[in-house]
Write a protein that binds this ligand. Structure first.
Ligand SMILES: NC(=O)c1ccc[n+]([C@@H]2O[C@H](COP(=O)([O-])OP(=O)(O)OC[C@H]3O[C@@H](n4cnc5c(N)ncnc54)[C@H](OP(=O)(O)O)[C@@H]3O)[C@@H](O)[C@H]2O)c1
Length: 499
């Protein structure tokens, strides 16, 4: 870690759930891995009156519960906890920013150097504009090379609200200072898509319309919405997952080879994919998208509630808990190859993967080859539950007859490298403190994602679903999603293939 003049990590929303579940476990693990810059201070901001000790005790408990490494050793924790400070602070109170500015100055004096400063806005998005405005009023946005601001999804509720939030961010901060997190991009296997495609000469020649029949990207969760009903009611699967995570996966899968590993080069190649996405026409919505909402029922021996019975959800809610979309990338490489995206809650498995299905063989001369084309070769990049890559292909079954069976070759990160994979937030926070924006979303890409999805967002908003709730917990979503791909003569991954 270079760490230049050290880092002051100013965490707005220090007492919130994101801080406890993701940010603190990630920072602590970076410390254990020797990846935290030196010197380092975390300055936690929240409205409630706390002192440094209470904050540290809260974080110790949070790290024990949420870190991939479990309960921290006392000596390790003590070495980390000396860097934790708390400042009682109201985002909407301009005078509090003057106190913050003083603290930052005194920290720089104490270190006798100008540290990098990260303003991490882990507060409700409705406060982003106020925060950046008051930071700028104190001059805390200056020093482009040293000061960064971080925002989390949801980046807007639709195109208009994204543009409004973004305009406010860009009014005060330079694009190079704004780090928009999509935590999927920090996952090891997601980055491995680039390595797989561009560090191995064997895949790229077949990574196109001549060999690929279709691509299926799935982000499925067994969980329901839990206590997040208030948030989810306004969001739904399309905005919560497709607009960001699934589109990011699509871009990495479909992008052209970058010329270098430079951040802007990679981000621009992803943007090329966005520019090539075929527009969703309102009159074609039924052919390109399907939505669903889960019923109550049984899942793994437990009785689970219907979405409409969850806390803070309207009894007649129209919010979708499942969304599937068929996309086309209209360029030389991908013309005519469908990219099926689907994401949902209360599905059959916790599973995230990108499946590249190859075309069937043009002529099958084997005896007993029935079924070969029903299970054609596919390359699956698995993000969850295990991280790795699988190649599914046909092999001869042992025995006297020439019979074919689908088999797999597997690469699993943990087995191959014998080490735990860093959590996505660890990778992202390290890059953030290094000032490397490669794995963060650029404004034009977020805007393009909203522009692409808006016809669907508008259609679903103005045309209530006639059949909600329409899928059972533990299923793979509504029948409409099956029909979406069946209309093309294809099928989704079936539950029996998950393993
Ligand atoms: N939780 C997640 O896993 C997750 C995932 C993706 C994105 N996000 C995004 O991350 C952000 C934070 O989410 P969260 O789940 O952590 O929310 P949360 O649990 O409700 O916490 C909100 C935090 O904001 C602080 N806050 C609220 N109003 C404030 C004000 N006027 N001045 C100062 N602090 C204020 C709260 O502190 P006090 O109560 O002490 O004032 C609290 O620390 C949101 O933008 C959310 O959309 C969260």
């Amino acid at each position: 870690m270079t760490g230049r003049g050290g880092v002051v990590f100013v965490l707005f929303g220090a007492t919130g759930s994101l801080a406890a579940r993701k940010i603190l476990p990630a920072l602590f693990n970076l410390k254990l891995d020797g990846q935290l810059p030196e010197p380092f201070v975390l300055l936690g901001l929240g409205r409630r009156p706390l002192d440094d000790g209470v904050l540290a005790a809260h974080y110790r408990e949070a790290v024990g519960r949420h870190s991939r490494r479990g309960e921290p050793a006392q000596a390790d924790w003590d070495a980390f906890a000396v860097a934790l400070r708390y400042l009682s602070f109201d985002v909407q109170e301009p005078q509090d920013y003057a106190r913050l500015a003083e603290l930052l100055e005194s920290q720089a004096r104490a270190w006798n150097t100008l540290p990098d400063v990260v303003f991490y806005l882990a507060v409700p998005p409705s406060l982003f504009a106020t925060a950046v405005q008051y930071l700028a009023a104190q001059g805390l946005h200056r020093e482009r090379a040293r000061v960064r601001v971080v925002v989390e999804k949801p980046l807007g509720y639709d195109l208009e609200s994204f543009l409004a939030i973004n305009a406010e961010l860009c009014r005060h901060f330079h694009e190079g200072q704004i780090f928009r997190i999509d935590h999927f991009l920090g996952k090891e296997t997601v980055q491995n898509v680039l390595a797989l495609r561009f560090a191995n000469p064997i895949f790229e020649p077949i990574w196109n319309r001549n060999y690929v029949d279709h691509v299926a990207i799935t982000v499925a969760e067994r969980e329901g919405i839990g206590e997040r009903g208030g948030y989810y009611e306004r969001t739904g699967a399309l905005r919560d997952m497709v607009q960001n995570h699934l589109i990011q996966l699509l871009c990495l899968t479909a992008m052209e080879p970058p010329v270098s590993y430079a951040p802007e080069e990679i981000r621009s190649r992803k943007m090329d994919v966005m520019n090539a996405l075929r527009r969703i026409e309102p009159h074609t919505i039924h052919q390109v998208a399907a939505r669903g909402q889960y019923r109550g029922g049984w899942l793994g021996g437990d009785r689970v509630q219907a979405y409409r019975e969850e806390q803070d959800v309207a009894p007649g809610s129209h919010t979708e808990t499942f969304a599937a979309v068929r996309a086309f990338v209209d360029n030389w490489r991908w013309q005519g190859v469908p990219f099926y995206l689907r994401s949902g809650k209360r599905l059959a498995a916790d599973l995230s993967e990108i499946a590249i299905r190859f075309r069937s063989v043009p002529h099958c001369f084997f005896p007993g080859c029935v079924g070969l084309n029903a299970a054609p070769a596919q390359l699956v990049v698995r993000i969850k539950p295990d991280q790795g890559v699988r190649l599914h292909f046909a092999a001869k079954e042992p025995g006297y007859c020439m019979c074919l069976k689908p088999v797999q070759m597997r690469f699993n990160y943990r087995e191959a490298f014998g080490t735990d994979v860093p959590a996505a937030y660890e990778t992202l926070l390290r890059d953030l403190m290094e000032g490397d924006p490669t794995l963060f979303m650029r404004a034009d890409q977020v805007e393009a994602a909203w522009r692409w999805l808006m016809p669907l967002v508008d259609f679903w908003t103005h045309n209530p679903p006639p059949d909600f709730p329409n899928y059972n917990p533990g299923s793979w979503g509504p029948e409409a999603a099956d029909l979406l791909v069946a209309a093309d003569g294809r099928a989704w991954l079936s539950p029996g293939e998950v393993g």
